[in-house]
Design a protein around this ligand. Structure first.
Ligand code: 4AD
Ligand code: MG
Length: 456
């Protein structure tokens, strides 16, 4: 018999069809002479109800199954008399793959805390919430590629092991084959013969390709050894980084806004059931909030104006605000959630707060960086127009004590046929958090890597 997945069985497979379903038992209960087994196969947040009569061969084996057991059931799909479901499967044949011992299976029917489920991250995809999270994550990833492919951006994979620190924040994980306990004195004996690390961003390599192929994007893992134990930081996270030649900061803001709206539309259209679940169980009002973003224009504001607004607000912030200091998440969230009430793009940050590669404004104090701020998260995107004028870039590198020779390959893009260009990075997990309403970033990536936490 043809195997069908629950997602299709629930909606389109015609009644009367003889089909097989394979999956895991969610619940199994006996009502008089009938056995009702809910089977979920991960394709849908809902499960399929299987009905078995005592005359079924293998009935007693089926009746002994508990939550988590795996099986295949073949039978006839019938219209269901029960409310809230179109169909149910009347079992004719059962094959059990593996039982799950009820006494030791950690996922019982009751609701578990996300903290507990993090400890059993290898089993949590079997729960409703995490099934929904990872289906939505998949949808978002697909939408990322669709958006850029439609706009003729080429997908470029940039290296994971690098010899540069793009963001200049020194938050690098080192890559070495030397044993630190054996006390090597320099890197000449190391695998690459020089200091190597895991990339914090694919931007610099992305720029090399954008200044040849015009429009590119990377979408890959990035690593930061920042000791931030917050609900928005991971040591290993995925970043989407488009880079476009002949594009200034305004084009960059337009691209970022269109991009966010596109991926939000995709999850609302393609994952309606999962999104309804998040709206009901995780963050009431989520869908309305996302829909309102689609019809809004993002507010665009300079950092300087934002600082003025924050100071005027008389809000009781934990960290004081003054021109020249970094905005904290509380400030970003105040601006987007309370003050403006929709996404905000901040631009023209003080030069001293931003990395070496950003285009310096004529005031010589601010650079054409931009951060996109959204409710519940704060910064979801960071980007900039790049400094494409060789002399100014060199000045900035000197100021920051960056080694000109080491960045020779990067400077060549400015030496030979330099062009205005810009790009940004979307923190992919922050995007998943944003559209699902999940509170903690550890709950939107399969296996979170955070300080003092490396299980699985
Ligand atoms: O603002 P960031 O540091 O920008 C860059 O890395 C640029 N090179 C991107 C570019 O212009 N091509 O990081 C970009 C985004 C942030 O806005 C945030 O969403 C996310 O990456 N991010 C993190 N997400 C999870 N955990 C962390 N530790 C993150 N650090 C940054
Ligand atoms: Mg940033």
């Amino acid at each position: 018999m043809k195997r069908e997945r629950v997602r299709h069985i629930l909606t389109t497979v015609p009644t009367g069809s003889e089909i097989t379903v394979k999956g895991w038992v969610r619940t199994c209960r006996k009502v008089k002479d009938l056995l009702f087994v809910e089977i979920n196969d991960g394709s849908d947040i809902e499960s399929l109800q299987v009905v078995a009569e005592t005359s079924l061969a293998g009935y007693s084996q089926l009746a002994s199954l508990t939550t988590g057991a795996s099986l295949a059931v073949s039978g006839t799909l019938m219209e269901s008399p029960a409310a809230g479901q179109r169909v149910e499967l009347h079992a004719k044949d059962v094959e059990v793959y593996g039982p799950a011992d009820a006494a030791s299976y950690p996922l019982q029917k009751k609701r578990h805390s996300f903290e507990f489920l993090r400890e059993i991250a290898h089993l949590r995809p079997r729960t409703n919430t995490f099934g929904a999270v990872f289906r939505v994550r998949n949808c978002l990833a697909h939408a990322v590629h669709t958006f850029f492919q439609r706009r003729e951006f080429l997908y470029v994979t940039t290296p994971i092991i690098t010899a540069n620190d793009c963001e200049g924040a020194g938050e690098l994980f080192h890559v070495t084959t030397l044993d630190p306990l054996k006390g090597a004195s320099d890197y000449s004996d190391d695998f690459f013969g020089k200091r190597a690390s895991l990339t914090v961003s694919g931007q610099l390599e992305g720029e090399l390709f954008a200044t040849a192929l015009d429009r590119i994007y990377t979408f890959g893992p990035t690593f930061r050894a920042e000791n931030s134990n917050t609900s928005r930081h991971l040591a290993e996270f995925w970043m989407v980084e488009p880079e476009a030649a002949f594009s200034d900061i305004n084009d960059n803001m337009d691209l970022a806004e269109d991009f966010l709206k596109f991926i939000i539309t995709a999850v609302l259209d393609e994952c309606p059931k999962d999104m309804a679940f998040f709206d009901k169980r995780i963050k009431p009002g989520l869908i309305g909030m996302l829909e309102s973003i689609l019809s809004s224009n993002f507010e665009r504001m300079t950092y300087t104006n934002a600082v003025d607004l924050l100071i005027q607000s008389k809000e009781n912030f934990e960290y004081p605000v003054k021109w020249g200091s970094d905005l904290k998440s509380e400030h970003e969230r105040f601006l987007t959630e309370k003050k403006i009430g929709r996404p905000v793009i901040l631009t023209d940050y003080p030069r001293t707060l931003k990395p070496f590669y950003m285009y310096c404004n004529d005031d010589n104090k601010t650079v054409r960086g931009m951060d996109v701020l959204v409710s519940g998260i704060g910064e979801i995107i960071g980007g900039s127009e790049r400094e494409y004028r060789l002399d100014l870039l060199l000045d900035r590198m000197k100021e920051l004590h960056l080694n000109e020779e080491e960045y020779g390959w990067y400077l060549d893009t400015r030496r030979f046929g330099t062009v205005p260009h810009s790009g940004f990075g979307l923190g992919f997990e922050r995007a998943v958090q944003f559209v699902t309403g999940m509170e903690n970033i550890r709950d939107v990536i399969p296996f979170a890597r955070t300080p003092k936490n490396l299980k699985f």
